[in-house]
Write a protein that binds this ligand. Sequence first.
Ligand code: ADP
Ligand code: MG
Length: 729
Amino acid sequence: MAVIRFKALDEVFSRTPREIHIPNKKTSEYFAVNVFNREKMQEYLSKDTFDSVMESIEKGTKIDRKLADKVAVGMKSWAIERGATHYTHWFHPLTDGTAEKHDAFIEKSNFEGVVENFSGEYLAQREPDASSFPSGGLRNTFEARGYTAWDPSSPAFIVGKTLSIPTIFVSYTGEALDHKTPLLKALQAIDKAAVELCQHFDKNVTKVLATLGCEQEYFLIDEALYYARPDLMLTERTLMGHASAKDQQLEDHYFGSIPERITNFMHEFEYECYKLGIPLKTRHNEVAPNQYEVAPLFEECNLAVDHNLLLMDIMKKIAKRHAFMVLFHEKPFKGINGSGKHNNWSLMTNTGVNLLSPGNKPKTNLQFLAFLVNTIKAVYKHQDLLRASISTAGNTHRLGANEAPPAIMSVFIGNRVTEMLDELEKRVTSRKMTPDEKTELKLDIGKIPEILLDNTDRNRTSPFAFTGNRFEFRAVGSATNCASPMMALNTAVAEQLTAFNREVNALINKGIKKDEAILQVIRKYITDSKPVRFEGNNYSEEWVIEAVKRGLTNITSVPDALDAYLSKSSRALFKSQKIFSEKELEARTEVRLENYIKKVQIEARVIGDLALNHVIPTAVKYQTMLIENVKGLKDLFGQNEYKTLAGGRLDLIKDISDHVTIIKAKVHDMIEARKVANKIESTREMADQYAKMIFPYLDEIRYHIDKLELVIDDEIWPLPKYRELLFTK
Ligand code: ADP
Ligand code: MG
């Protein structure tokens, strides 16, 4: 019987690039054709309705039923004209993906037929039978009702023949059951706090939007090989596989020329994304073989998050057409780079000013400094929460694994900005400054843009880096829903800005002039947040030691990291910024812990199964072949001579036995450890047991399997090898 691995390889070798059919048009001609955006609203809604909707979106106020009815009529006409037959509320439950439940537009007409109907009621609110989504105990199944409610700030769109309406998802009693609800609240909080600060500089600022551009990294694997690897199919990562003799050492994949089969896939998913208004801008090969990146132009944060989720969904679907599977897992392959999702984040005013970009006047630069320093301080204060927001079973393999930042949160700002902050710290004093000192300072602050222009030093090892006009949160994992880190970051900065405003106002009330008051608080924050600033190599061992001295935390275990959601400072943060109730916070943490447990549990089962029914039988088969061979030698050459002739084979026979014995014993012990863990009642403790007592077995078992892979006859090895998974295109 042929080994499935070879069948799969035959399939791969016979592939040709799939032809693609994309109209020969400019992108701008079909961009967002499937989105019910402003332009479409203007066309399909009356002027009054349009204006009211725009106002609600801008102010974040609720849209009443009457208005919803009017919008629904326009939305329906547009969708049906574009061929939609169904609609769905599209939401982001606390799983890894998105959720949708489609309903046809049809309703019974008076006669025998049906008519298309869609009213404000369907648009505004739905009640999916959503009892099977994780809720962390917020809903017992008998009161399983969850509601989805329209988020008008993210426009509806058509995928296939379904009108999709972005919604939040909350329980019957109003608790958030999704990622979007707290994100929207966080965005409101930062808007409020940032506007208040901006008002010191420009009275025209009435709204501040958080902006996000996320760089999505991913792997592409041929479908046939993927299906020949049960571990990839069930866990999205390889739980075994010896390193390929060549992988990324020669650095020849990064930015390399992209093969045709892959560019065709890229063209096609980009085309689908453009129609949905996702502004994809950049594509390139990444460091690891078969690893790629796609990045959009940045957008308002909530929309950018929706678009990233939609992008991931579309990529998966289009990949199938090209016989590829997309892997978003943070570490599908051991020993080579994993995938991240750099979150480029900034704040933008309604007047079009990027608050993290220095302007050309001392005044706007002072504003820039205020936002820069507040962000640094927020990251310092809430380092644990930021880590928690990105801690998952998948990302734990990546953080600290030599190509990704460690689990220590620090901020990189570049040498020149560091010098500038140091200078400010020295110069500004709490006593009144002389006019000369003031002029000098103003001159210095005025020079910031020049400083930044040649501030090209980039630190790729930092988890949170300033890159000239934005911060880049690099520790985020490739599979993560960005709503989680974006909620944490925006809330933390909102709290910090609120405190800053309070301190500045207190000084102003004491009679200190506005600019000076702002400078004084900035100076204080520079001093306070110094320990979180790090310009060196985050991958180095010295940094780990240095970070401890600075009092920074370094938490690698997922359950330990997740504790940060429930810390005193996080609870206070979420309460003051009105993001979560205690109950919601606890439920959410419970869901994250459960998710971790289940992921490790599945991985443990998969490696156990594969070890027992793929690897060991293959090892025994090969060992038997060797034994036959040695016996033959003995028959031919006799007792005295055969040992020299069989030489290494005798050792190999023993080695195989040793590995097989150890694998068997470890799989057995791992199963026993699971039995112990599964009896534990507290989710937190169970997660700990999984992290400490089960997770380590995965690598221990793998070690012996990978040793066997190296010595066993290639002809009978059942699972596609790294060199095949990573180098076939
Ligand atoms: P890099 O050199 O870091 O790999 P990329 O071009 O791949 O850069 O990605 C940079 C991302 O940062 C893009 O998505 C870009 O739109 C985004 N970006 C640029 N300016 C801002 C901003 N002000 N706010 C948020 N994101 C931004
Ligand atoms: Mg980047």
